[in-house]
Design a protein around this ligand. Structure first.
Ligand code: NAP
Length: 336
């Protein structure tokens, strides 16, 4: 099969399209003929090997442990392992390709990928393969950090900072589906898209600092983390909650070794004293449960994945460049 191969950490231009063996199918796995896969910041982390700490978190110390990038995709079931009863050949599916975390290559940038069956769900008929491919990794990050989302019913006020990105756009729609009033923050060119996705109010971060606007929120869901928590606190209700997702800005944050990990540790330490930093006390969803939730939301039309552009497998480097350098309106997708 054709696949994108990464031999070393470096730039997207180091990725090569090659002929490789089609993966074997384990007893609990499903072999998927990939139709589309998504390009997102976590794949960039593994392609670049930055921050360095991700190499200790599973990516591989000197070079990537697994050579084919990509963590989420959609496609058609080609064959199934002997223990798989939930899918059959010809099913249209979407899902994640790795069980543990995003810090390793997941093999999605290929014509075929072998995936544990419980990381897949049937693709809803009302969305395209490109849309389906864009949901799983970003959606899992959103759901993992919105475990108390039923609390965000009508009358609650939520601010999503970085709402125009992969995680933010899904978080915005998941929160809206529970009825809360959402203020979405992002750059000028994304504000119309955010209104169309259901944002009640929008703030252009190039013109206005939400921490100084005087409004107070029950939840701040913060993707870029461009303000210190002490600043965000001005915009939080006393019993509100602050959730940091974190973003390295494709290396521009300059934290080459540990990235934002030390800041997460600082917030964890502060959470002993600051109620607004405490987690929801609800266990993480399993990937299987998250896939079921995401599928239900898609089928019900409560989340609509927005696609900025699609690139063929042979143009993965251009796709990365576009994600890193240009203003996006939705997700960048690879098609095979
Ligand atoms: N915490 C967790 O549980 C967890 C787990 C896994 C991964 N992650 C991290 O989650 C991130 C994924 O984010 P993503 O896919 O949503 O990234 P993304 O698609 O790049 O979106 C980031 C958004 O933030 C916007 N933004 C940039 N600067 C901003 C500012 N100062 N104020 C407001 N908005 C700003 C960007 O807009 P412009 O650039 O156009 O201005 C963009 O729309 C990755 O960095 C990944 O490492 C977190």
């Amino acid at each position: 099969m054709k696949a994108i191969v990464q031999d070393k950490y470096g730039a997207p231009d180091d990725l090569e399209l090659r002929d490789v063996d089609t993966p074997a199918v384990g007893d609990d796995d499903v072999l998927v003929r990939v139709r589309a896969a998504s390009v997102h910041p976590d794949v960039w982390h593994i392609v670049s090997g930055r921050p360095f700490v991700i190499r200790l978190l599973g990516a591989g110390f000197f070079r990537p442990k697994k050579s084919i990038p990509g963590t989420d995709m959609s496609g058609i079931v080609e064959s199934i392992g002997t223990n798989v009863t939930t899918f059959r050949s010809g099913d249209a599916v979407f899902g994640e390709t790795i069980r543990t975390d995003q810090w390793t290559n997941g093999g999605a940038y290929a014509e075929y990928v072998s995936v544990p069956h419980d990381l897949l769900a049937l693709k809803p008929d009302n969305i395209t393969f490109e849309q389906a491919a864009s949901v799983s990794t970003s959606g899992f990050i959103a759901l993992m950090n919105l475990r108390d989302v039923p609390r965000l019913h009508t009358g609650k006020k939520v601010l999503v900072n970085g709402a125009g990105g992969g995680v933010g756009a899904l978080a915005l729609q998941i929160i809206k589906s529970h009825g809360a009033h959402v203020t979405a923050v992002d750059s000028t060119s994304k504000l119309d898209m955010l209104r169309a996705l259901g944002a009640d109010e929008v703030i252009d971060y190039t013109m206005e600092d939400f921490t100084r606007g005087g409004a107070r929120y029950d939840l701040i869901f913060d993707v870029p983390g461009n303000h210190q928590f002490s600043e965000c606190r001005r915009a939080l209700e006393p019993d509100g909650r602050y959730v940091l997702i974190g973003h390295e800005r494709f290396g521009a944050s300059g934290k080459r070794v540990f990235g934002i990990v030390p800041y997460f540790f600082k917030l964890m330490f502060l959470s002993r004293f600051v109620q607004q930093l405490r987690g929801p006390g609800i266990p993480m969803p399993t990937r299987k449960d998250a896939m079921a939730v995401l599928r239900d939301l898609l089928v019900a039309g409560k989340i609509t994945p927005i696609i900025d552009s699609t690139y063929p497998l042979s143009e993965v480097s251009e796709a990365f460049r576009h994600m890193i350098e240009d203003e996006l309106q939705g997700k960048v997708i690879i098609t095979t």
